[in-house]
Design a protein. Sequence first.
Length: 130
Amino acid sequence: MLATTTLPHEPDLLAPDGSEIRLLPAPERGGASLVHCRLPAGATAKVVTHRTVEEVWHVIAGRGELWRARGERTDVTALVPGVSVAIPLGTRFQFRNTGSGPLDIVIVTLPPWPGADEAIRVADHWPVPA
């Protein structure tokens, strides 16, 4: 299969954290999933942790911050184009858009995203606007 996708204007779905998800072609052997994630200007995602998957994020546009917590360790990372981060299994995380335009991130999920019940909602680090 020679899959090709043009990024749609409207999201395919909303992630459990509230971010917009646009599906990208999946590898034929199914070892991972690939998506385009967008957080609109001024938005803050909800804090979640994953049950079974890990992720790698690569920021392609916009500005933001990512809070991660694993055990007793916490970290806040600036999200700017060119920055890549890992979200290991068991990490609580939240991100927010601090720029004037959309925050766009390409996300690889390993193994492939199994569905909405993968994300477990936990207490917010930053307040989430209603």
